[in-house]
Design a protein around this ligand. Structure first.
Ligand code: ATP
Ligand code: MG
Length: 497
């Protein structure tokens, strides 16, 4: 007989060294339900799910699986109970093949690996998800989107009936996101319960049946998604109404500050553009379009083969990030975990290390007072959730780590800011604060190159947009002519249809 709830969690509490991450959380999941779990960065979403998957032990509370009390002490026990989880951070072995990764927990369980069988099964699981890729390929060489799918296939191949996806679409293109949603819907038909964590409200409304909202370690509301609207959810998430998502642009656009002339590189060719003082120039492109490579070439000379870069009218021969910085360029990287943050260093040091001069006295001694002032201001504005900025960055939630990288680069006097997906994984309240900061920077005369795959944000914040696809600029639109349709037309045009 079918049970009413696959999972019920009651009064779950969890603290980390005095920080109350969960203060008595109730959560339930029904079979065949796609259940959104939303809330500010640091609200406790990942922690709750890590308890369900056996990665963390709870301090207090009860968990029932299929109506029976369950003691989930270890990841192994969670798997036996049918819990599959795809974490915010990937956990794949790059040197193993896709197939080996999918069946990693059961490799050699009976001594012999039957490779043909293994490959066939792996291929089947992925094909059912709508992805066809040679499963013999090593995971190290495939795109992030495929890695995401491998993680999901891995969870499903263990016969998960309860599937947790922690911000799975952050790295997917719209097309891949649609495939993932289709896969989620067919799992739902099969009676699987899916828990879906996302900061993208449009996705939550398009794919989820129900929702639980968390804030500060507590549940602030929830129910059927049909009973909510975006404003209502946002208010439950951040505890106040958001008057506007995109603050008005008022900075005056001045003379040229950055010019790229026919840049050629490994992943792009013949890229020319001009960025002006006070301007936010959008670079719209999907994952894999070459946009990130262009940004890295301008900032650090990475993979640059030809062409010229001019800063303030003078040619800048940039061969390293250090030279880029000296020319007044800053890059907020897309891959913040790897390029942006030193996880075991204090939050504070992570923010100030790009700009030691700003916080030191003339003799070069770091002034604790100035350091704290600058850091506190950014931490407060971006609502980085931490008790003490002397704690290591590793103690922050995923989204709060991203905010620290953003704060680090905003804490420079750079005239040219290149922002690669600046709001990805960041909660709605902090998004607005990042947009406000962008407005302030441009009002001070900085020029911003904002790379984004979110059309709403491009249309909401940019003075002009360039569409990038397959390593080249496919077209340009001024603010007055920016519509979703016209931007997408330029992308599609590049595909020759
Ligand atoms: N290993 C840890 N050590 C110390 N504190 C932690 C640890 N993991 C999480 N926390 C704290 O617990 C709280 C909840 O974090 P959690 O990762 O669950 O948030 P989240 O809702 O998933 O946020 P995000 O949207 O940013 O991913 C945060 O205050 C975070 O700093
Ligand atoms: Mg999280």
């Amino acid at each position: 007989m079918a049970v009413e709830f696959l999972v019920r969690m009651r009064g779950v509490k969890k603290s980390f060294a005095g920080v109350k991450a969960l203060r008595g959380v109730d959560f339930s999941l029904r079979p065949g339900e796609i259940h959104a779990l939303v809330g500010e960065n640091g609200a406790g979403k990942s922690t709750l799910m890590k308890i369900l998957s056996g990665a963390h032990a709870m301090d207090e509370g009860d968990i029932f699986v299929d109506g029976e009390p369950a003691r989930i002490g270890t990841p192994r026990r969670a798997k036996e109970l049918g819990v599959g989880i795809v974490y915010q951070e990937f956990e794949l072995a790059d040197d193993l093949s896709i197939a080996e990764n999918i069946f990693i927990d059961r490799l050699g369980a009976h001594g012999i690996v039957r490779w043909r069988d293994l490959y066939e099964r792996a291929q089947r699981v992925l094909r059912n998800l709508g992805f066809d890729i040679d499963v013999r390929r090593p995971v190290g060489g495939i795109s992030v989107a495929y890695k995401q799918m491998v993680e999901i296939a891995k969870a499903l191949s263990a016969n998960a009936r309860i599937l947790v996806l922690d911000e799975p679409t952050a790295v997917l293109t719209p097309n891949e996101t649609e495939k993932l949603f289709a896969a989620m819907r067919s799992l739902k038909e099969a009676g699987v319960g899916v828990i879906y964590i996302s900061h993208r409200m449009d996705e939550v409304f398009s794919v989820c049946d129900s929702v639980t909202v968390m804030r500060d370690g507590e549940v602030t509301g929830g129910g059927r998604i049909a009973d909510f609207d975006v404003d209502g959810l946002v208010e439950l998430m951040i505890g106040r109404k958001l008057s506007t998502m995109y603050p008005p642009r008022t900075a005056a656009v001045g003379g040229e500050i950055l010019r790229l002339e026919r840049l050629d590189g490994d992943a792009f060719s013949d890229v020319s553009l001009t960025l002006r003082k006070g301007e936010i120039l959008g670079v719209f492109g999907l994952v894999g379009s070459g946009r990130t490579e262009i940004a890295r070439a301008v900032f650090g000379g990475d993979g640059l083969r030809g062409g010229k870069v001019f800063v303030n009218g003078a040619e800048a021969r940039i061969r390293s990030p250090h030279q880029g910085k000296r020319r007044g360029i800053a890059l907020i990287p897309e891959n913040r975990k790897e390029q942006g943050l030193v996880l075991d260093m204090p939050i504070k040091t992570n923010i100030t290390m790009t700009n030691i001069r700003k916080v030191s006295s003339r003799l070069g001694v770091v002034s604790a007072k100035r350091e704290n002032g600058a850091v506190d201001e950014l931490v407060r504005r971006l609502t980085v959730k931490t008790r003490d900025t002397r704690n290591p960055a590793s103690t922050l939630s995923g989204g709060n780590q991203q905010k620290v990288v953003i704060a680090k680069w905003l804490n420079t006097d750079a005239e040219v800011m290149i922002m690669d997906e600046p709001t990805r994984g960041v909660d709605v309240g902090a998004k607005v604060e990042i947009y406000n900061l962008m407005n302030e920077l441009t009002a001070r005369g900085a020029g911003i190159l904002m790379i984004s795959s979110e059309l709403n944000e491009i249309i909401g914040m940019c003075d002009r947009v360039l569409v990038v696809d397959k390593g080249g600029v496919r077209g340009e639109l001024p603010r007055e002519l920016m519509t979703e349709k016209d931007i997408m037309k330029l992308v599609v045009g590049g595909h020759g249809s």
